[in-house]
Design a protein around this ligand. Structure first.
Ligand SMILES: Cc1ncc(COP(=O)(O)OP(=O)(O)O)c(N)n1
Ligand SMILES: Cc1nc(C(=O)O)sc1CCOP(=O)(O)O
Ligand SMILES: [Mg+2]
Length: 235
């Protein structure tokens, strides 16, 4: 692919003419696990999923080896299945395959989406971290990703982040491409409005749900209004 800078991509007024945009469903919640979990996590996950519609749950346990994650994942996977929530594994194509997960999320250093597709097949969702880069997002789309993730939009203590994204990248992406985009990084019910209005297909959220003072059910419920703040365009 030709290497345009992000500035060139943002400014080219004819770029949008090459693409057709289609129907986009309303913005949905993509729940990320806390960075570490203990024995009481399964009931907390159930509570969260009872707080409102959640499209996907990502098991993201940094520093825990794949065997340990494989041992604790099945009950969480079952809870997701009961609630019709896609179960996404972070970082590891092999673990996603071993668990029969609904998807895998890959950072820029976590593996090639083409390899993931070969190993996981056509029905498994593959997401790719694209930071604040239009170029990385187009590369991920070309490589067959099912969604691209931009961030971090706000300061977060869940992960050390080196990139800061602006809502305009979501507007740019959704104007040009049908492939869904995820907004991540410090997202709360209070600050998410501009991300939804800019066109985010998913809000990926961890601490705003797990650290909610009234518990994870209230944490998910708190997002209902902002998710509904931009109705999908009519068909
Ligand atoms: C939905 C979503 N977006 C971005 C990330 C971050 O992935 P990565 O850059 O690989 O960082 P780690 O999460 O692995 O620390 C994500 N996990 N999920
Ligand atoms: C996992 C992750 N990835 C990010 C990125 O910018 O790529 S920010 C982030 C942390 C998300 O957790 P919280 O909602 O608590 O900020
Ligand atoms: Mg990763």
């Amino acid at each position: 692919m030709t290497d345009f800078t992000d500035e060139e991509l943002a400014l080219d007024p004819h770029f949008a003419d090459q693409f057709q945009t289609g129907f986009r469903p309303a913005c949905q919640l993509y729940l990320i696990s806390p960075p570490a979990i203990d024995a009481d996590f399964a009931p907390r996950l159930t509570q969260a999923l009872e707080g409102g519609k959640v499209a996907a749950f990502q098991l993201r346990l940094k520093g825990v080896d794949d065997h340990a994650i494989a041992a604790l994942a099945p009950p969480l996977q079952a809870i997701c299945a009961e609630h019709e929530v896609a179960f996404i594994v972070n970082d590891s194509i092999g673990l996603a395959k071993r668990l029969g997960a609904d998807g895998v999320h890959l950072g820029q250093e976590d593996g090639d989406p083409r390899d993931a597709r070969k190993q996981l097949g056509p029905n498994v969702q593959i997401g790719v971290t694209c930071h604040d880069s239009r170029h990385l997002a187009m590369e991920a789309g070309e490589a067959g990703a099912d969604y691209v993730a931009f961030g971090a939009f706000f300061p977060t203590t869940t992960k050390e982040t080196l990139h800061r994204a602006e809502p305009s990248i979501l507007g740019w992406w959704t104007t040009l491409f049908e492939l869904p985009c995820v907004a991540i990084g410090g997202v709360t019910a209070e600050n998410a409005g501009p991300l939804v209005m800019a066109g985010a297909d998913f809000l990926a959220v961890s601490s705003a749900v797990w650290d909610h003072p009234e518990g994870p059910k209230a944490g998910v419920a708190a997002f209902a209004d902002v998710l509904a703040s931009k109705p999908p365009p009519p068909r």
